[in-house]
Design a protein. Sequence first.
Length: 314
Amino acid sequence: MLNFKQLYYFWNVAKSGGVIRAAERLNLTPQTISGQLGELESALGTELFRRVGRRLELTAAGTLALTHADEIFQISNELETLLRNPQVGEELLFRVGVVDGVPKSVAHRLLRPALDLPEAVRLICHEDKPERLFGELAIHKLDLVIADRPLPRELGVKGYNHELGRSTVTFCAVPPLAARYQSDFPQGLSGAPFLLPGEGTSLRGALSHWLLKSQIHPHVIGEFDDTALLKAFGQAGLGIFPVPTVIAGEVAHQYGVTTLGCAEEAVVRYFAISQESRLKHPAVVAVRKAAKGGFFTQETPAKNTTADSKDLRG
């Protein structure tokens, strides 16, 4: 049987980046840590680390072990919390995965209604690549995945797509940059400095199609998987950047930028993906009801938006 104490030492070494740092963190000697690691590797019959110069790197087996160790100790922490606080067990757990291409402010606006239910709800939210989140949905580790595209059939994961809404795309920039390119929108965007979301996101796909169809060829300054980082570069005046129109006003307020105009033919769709064809979980039902009843129906193609708003980066 696996020695969980030794696994815990391995996990700390992997997370800390070395035996010495793990020993300091655990208040043990490096020799103790090294000895326990050696025993774990012997018991498993494989090496978990390889030495590269003065550094330790995970082997393929070590990487696999770390993934499962993360899950084991996360469950352990949740169990400890439940046992130390029995009242937590009375809360309605709502486990959600958010695909990393979905802007954080969109995710917040979609999930917020779940916390307004009469019963106490404990929201557990994870952000990751879609393939990993869909895998966790398949083994019932998640109740819902918020995504910017439907569940791909080729993954072989059973699930149902519930469209929450659609949004056009609006362009934002700091006022001096916006003033330079606004008068001849959208054709004047050719040659303009652009900051784009990463490949594989729905926003990037919709925008690329619109640019090609409109024969607009911007000068791409940077591409970002992290939408918050993209906005930070936009706030610094380094380029024009696209956002879903449903949050364009909010982004303008938060980042001190101006909206140039809207690409109404570039449409981004958002989905709630579940294993239920008919939604039953109260929090999931609340998310879909709120999205259908207000968030996406209030979209307005903003232009020259510069009012104040609450700060919600992402």
